[in-house]
Design a protein around this ligand. Structure first.
Ligand code: GAP
Length: 450
């Protein structure tokens, strides 16, 4: 079947039309770098978060969860190095007033101080800190400055001793967290790819120094396998190792998993060897002992190394939307111009798992369909749609990424069977109503994208 090019415009337009993602404060002209997740978007985001959470906590005996506060003591960010180092190099055009990241425009423009947009004169490059700063309490003075966290990781580091003590964790062990992070990003194009308010899914794994490289390689393998299990297009994923100029201030070694988005290869997730940098700095700045005491090994003391896996949740939403997006010519309908847009989500990620559609509203079909939906609700995310031609209703569900449709027709009243329609193949089969739940469970479990 013929294929069309997937563009960010198409994905953005579908996301808005079907209620996945809306621009923040749209009625006021929108707020740059902020987005709202609509009814389908929040379901998709929750499922991606749930899948990650299960993978990183439930399936590991040695990883526990945490939900730390966004507002942290400001010394945290001095210790972490973010006050000093979390900066982008910036230049402004004196003529058109456009602001650029100096590392994202051609070198010759920087050297010649020439604006790539209008040819006007550029300012000198200066460092711009990405942390949002505000004041806590009534007085607006420097003593009350507080930051919105730019990464969730630090909430884990400052709690690592609490968790060892309360949960009797032994090294090696991990702490996982999903939560909001904020960065005053200068360039926020490409929809929800890079935003000022976003969510991260981070796991910090505490290991004995000397075992860090082994664990680093192990976590690289595990994170790659995770995306494989999620069913994304594996030829759209690749590794990128950070060179010396790219490494974050805390990183000893870093590899990104990159995804081939419509605008090209971009970072999806980072795996970092943060060494003992973070715990060492928190010990220094807080005056507290951050060493681990190995009671199984003659009370040996050491500052653990940390292997971090850090994925953007909202960036994963964009990746899953792009990965699922497909336009297909429906040749078998005999109409050359008949195209359908379909989101080929894995059924476990789809916002709606099954839609129930009565062929007609009358003759008791709607009531029977409602009864079936009521039953399916106990196990699946369902939708019900009785408006319009059945073909059009299938297309609406295809666009929402619903993997299964159940159609109730006159035969259903006679023999208690329904039509089960598959989103990907558009194949339709007859299934007894009594077997629907078990059949759908089986289909979800064995799903393979064609
Ligand atoms: N704790 C390490 C850390 O924060 P990072 O590479 O700066 O590392 C990790 O960020 C992940 O967070 C990225 O791979 C990306 O998925 C996501 N991310 C970072 N900045 C983002 C932004 N402005 N908007 C959306 N997602 C972002």
């Amino acid at each position: 079947m013929a294929e069309q090019t997937i563009t960010m415009e198409k994905v953005t337009s579908l996301a808005k039309r079907r209620g996945f993602v809306f621009q923040s404060s749209e009625i006021y002209g929108g707020q740059n770098g902020a987005w709202d997740y609509g009814p389908l978007g929040i379901e998709l985001k929750n499922r991606i978060a749930g899948t990650w959470w299960k993978e990183m906590t439930q399936l590991h005996d040695d990883i526990v969860g945490l939900d730390a506060a966004i507002l942290m003591h400001p010394r945290t960010w001095e210790a972490s190095g973010h006050v000093e180092n979390f900066t982008d190099p910036l230049v402004d055009c004196k003529k058109c007033k456009t602001r650029f990241r100096a590392d994202q425009i051609p070198e010759e423009n920087i050297t010649a101080k020439k604006c790539p947009e209008c040819g006007g004169e550029l300012t000198d490059t200066r460092k711009f800190n990405l942390m949002f700063k505000t004041n806590i309490g009534a007085a607006e003075d420097t003593a009350n400055i507080i930051y919105l966290r730019p990464e969730t990781a630090q909430g884990i580091y400052v709690n690592y001793k609490n968790i060892i003590q309360s949960n009797r964790m032994k090294i090696p062990f991990g702490i996982a967290q999903i939560g909001k992070a904020f960065r005053n990003e200068i360039v926020t194009k490409n929809f929800i790819f890079r935003t000022c308010e976003f969510e991260q899914m981070e796991m910090q794994f505490f290991v004995k120094p000397g075992t860090d490289e082994e664990w680093f390689n192990e976590w690289r393998k595990r994170r790659w396998a995770y995306y494989e299990k999620l069913g994304v297009k594996m030829d759209h994923l690749r590794w990128h190792q950070h060179g010396p100029g790219e490494l974050a201030h805390y990183a000893k070694e870093a590899w990104d998993i990159e995804y081939l988005f419509p605008m090209g290869w971009r970072e999806l997730e980072g795996v970092h060897n943060r060494s003992d940098y973070d715990l060492g700095r928190h010990a220094q700045f807080s005056g507290k002992d951050m060493q681990y005491i190995d009671q199984d090994n003659n009370n040996e003391r050491y500052t653990p190394f940390i292997v971090e896996t850090s994925a953007g949740l909202t960036r994963n939403v964009l990746m899953i939307l792009c990965d699922a997006y497909d336009e297909e010519k429906v040749a078998d309908k005999g109409n050359e111009d008949d195209w359908r847009t379909v989101l080929r989500f894995h059924p476990s990620l789809a916002p709606i798992t099954v839609a129930v559609l009565p062929l007609m509203k009358k003759d008791g079909l709607a009531e029977l369909a409602q009864d079936i939906r009521q039953e399916l609700k106990q196990d699946f995310a369902t939708d019900y749609d009785q408006g319009g031609a059945i073909g059009r209703r299938y297309r609406r569900q295809d666009e929402a990424g619903t993997p299964f449709c159940v159609t109730v027709d006159y035969q259903s009243k006679e023999d208690s069977t329904v039509t089960l329609r598959f989103r990907d193949s558009m194949e339709q089969i007859r299934v007894p109503i009594a077997e629907l739940t078990a059949r759908l469970r089986q289909e979800i479990k064995t799903y393979k994208r064609g």
